[in-house]
Ligand binder design. Structure first.
Ligand code: ARG
Length: 594
């Protein structure tokens, strides 16, 4: 469905043409002076140069052609030559009616040709608990995945676990020191290994930091850990069995954490899954003449003539022949192309990996691991900071675990919900979890991904301002008006039936709300193209504000004119539907009451 700006442009283009000017001059945009008009056209200014005429003269002639227009209520030529345009309320009502009548409740969204999209997000590393740094990858990635799916694309979310690096060797080495008698360390052992892991998640979480600290002071320990990593990767039976336990225990815990964020992956693959593909890929790169040796390491040059920044080569194998993070990422691209043939691959990590991904993408394209027409997108996000503007830490300066961060928000939300009010404890807990999640996700997603932001528990949980709870309050308010309407015997129209009628606006806040609603399809497709959920936040904030102004100005339930009342209710139902779809795309839900 065309946007209203496009449809109005069509009218103004025809008017330019009828007045004897190039129709392309008739492009309109949403007014940057909403106090003066709804849309504006600056075409007469450009036309002045082409036709050697005063811009106001052209604007006046075009405005004349727009009299008695079906769509345009008024077009005013103002000095030095702008066209100020307002649209007809009846036409706007027709537009919304058509939007609601779109098949499958798509509200005007046109599904482009179906593509296959893989979103690589979460970024969890096995044996390490999720910390605040993992929040953004999970939250932004989940939203990008949902938006892509809503657009109609075949979309696959993959957590791409860090399960193959030195951290595995560190954990194994530490375990060997603590429990040397385990059969996993006995080279002679050829029986079946125990089904139960020899550690709990709590132990595992304590083992990794202990081992990591040791390796920084103790050279011998570090060497042993590197050796253990190599043994694991080369397939030593006991090490693989132990590794499997580490993965199982860790993944169960990761799932629990991602669940609490309503983040769900289709694939739980990891770096280890492409291990066996690496030798073949290296042969391919060598045979294609893409590689060279540099200080004993195997590299691919990715510098381009137009670069004006440093662009080091992409390293494929270290001088000792070991593979790296790059190697697994390239092999994963190769594997994904083979298995899914994706048109678009989106990666979410913090922006310190910007250069890294540029190297990997260039290398993959240059070497033909992926076709040049496929989209490779890296979203490098900014840091989550505390109120002091520094990376978020616990009170004693440690790394903030994601679990604790969620708990902080939920506790604050609970406090707010139970303040000066009698409410059942279970219900308050349930509501605070739902609203708390919205507070976290909206607090994150409303910022452009690349920017750092301050994690401000008080601000995020407030029901006023540009926050998740404010959006939820708006939805709950609409629900309660609709409920009252049905208690009074009214029938709430079913938007999805496609048979719903809107009425021409009765006041400016009514018109404004209708205009906001028309922006839905464009917002969602823009958010998809740019892989930018913050656009949806900005949109629903504007929509919620427009709704609240309307609600303050217009008495919906007290309206005596039945047609008007029905028209208002239709608008409420559509607003609720649009808001509900949008928050689902952002990854959270609204409670029934707050
Ligand atoms: N585990 C990585 C980290 O903690 C993030 C993985 C991102 N995905 C990827 N394909 N490299 O930095």
């Amino acid at each position: 469905m065309k946007s209203i700006a496009e449809l109005i442009s069509e009218e103004v283009k025809t008017a330019f043409n009828n007045a004897g000017y190039d129709p392309e001059l008739g492009q309109v945009t949403v007014s940057n002076r909403p106090d003066l008009c709804e849309f504006q056209c600056n075409g007469a200014m450009a036309g002045a140069k082409l036709y050697h005429k005063a811009p106001i003269q052209i604007a006046t002639e075009v405005a004349d052609k727009l009299k008695d227009n079906r769509v345009i209520e008024s077009a005013l030529a103002v000095n030095p030559g702008f066209l100020n345009i307002n649209i007809k309320g009846e036409w706007l009502a027709e537009y919304l009616t058509a939007m609601a009548a779109c098949p499958d409740g798509r509200l005007g969204i046109e599904t482009p040709e179906t593509q296959t999209v893989i979103v690589d997000y979460g970024g969890a590393n096995v044996a390490k608990p999720l910390h605040v740094g993992h929040l953004r990858s999970a939250v932004i990635g989940e939203s990008i995945k949902r938006i892509s799916r809503y657009m109609g694309h075949k979309t696959i979310g993959d957590v791409h676990l860090g399960d193959w690096g030195l951290q595995m060797g560190l954990v194994i080495t530490e375990l060997k020191q603590r429990k040397p008698d385990l059969p996993y360390f006995d080279d002679e052992f050829c029986g079946e290994y125990p089904k139960e892991a020899p550690f709990t998640i709590a132990e595992l979480e304590e083992i990794y930091p202990a081992a990591s600290a040791k390796s920084k002071e103790d050279e011998e320990f570090k060497r042993a850990a590197m050796e253990a990593t190599a043994k694991l990767q080369s397939g030593v039976r006991g090490y693989r069995a132990l590794w499997k336990h580490i993965i199982d225990v860790s993944v169960a815990d990761l799932k629990r954490n991602y669940d609490s964020l309503d983040v769900e992956f289709d694939l739980w693959k990891g770096e280890s899954d492409v291990h066996d593909l690496i030798p073949g890929m290296v042969d391919y790169l060598k045979a294609g003449g893409y590689t060279r040796m540099s200080d004993g390491a195997l590299v691919v040059d990715v510098k381009e003539d137009t670069d004006n920044k440093e662009m080091p080569p992409c390293m494929i194998l270290k001088s000792d022949g070991a593979s790296l993070y790059n190697t697994t990422d390239l092999a994963t691209i190769m594997d994904r192309v083979k298995q899914y043939n994706p048109d678009r691959l989106v990666y979410l990590t913090d922006k310190r990996q910007n250069l890294y991904f540029e190297q990997v993408f260039r290398c993959a394209r240059k070497t033909g691991l992926i076709d040049k027409d496929k989209e490779l997108i890296h979203i490098g996000f900014g840091t989550v900071n505390g109120k002091d503007g520094k990376p978020f830490k616990t009170r004693d300066g440690g790394v903030m675990r994601l679990e604790y961060l969620i708990k902080d928000i939920n506790d604050r939300m609970y406090e707010r919900i139970t303040q000066n009010r009698d409410i059942d404890e279970d219900e308050a807990l349930k509501i605070s979890r739902i609203v708390g999640l919205a507070a976290i996700k909206y607090g994150d997603l409303s910022n452009q991904a690349s920017k750092d932001y301050i994690f401000d528990v008080d601000k995020f949980t407030s029901s006023e301002g540009n926050t998740g709870p404010y959006i939820l309050y708006t939805i709950v308010r609409i629900k309660s008006i609709l409920d009252k309407y049905s208690d009074q015997g009214g029938t709430i129209p079913d938007i999805d039936s496609g048979k719903i009628n809107f009425i021409a606006p009765v006041c400016s806040s009514h018109k404004n709300l209708m205009m906001e609603l028309t922006g839905f399809a464009e917002t969602i497709s823009g958010a998809y193209t740019e892989a930018a959920p913050h656009r949806i936040c900005a949109y629903i904030y504007g929509l919620a504000n427009a709704f609240n102004s309307f609600y303050h100005e217009v008495k919906v339930l007290a309206e005596e004119d039945a047609d008007k009342k029905e028209g208002y209710i239709a608008l409420l139902a559509l607003t609720k539907k649009v808001l509900t779809i949008c928050i689902d795309l952002l990854g959270f839900k609204a409670p029934d009451r707050m």
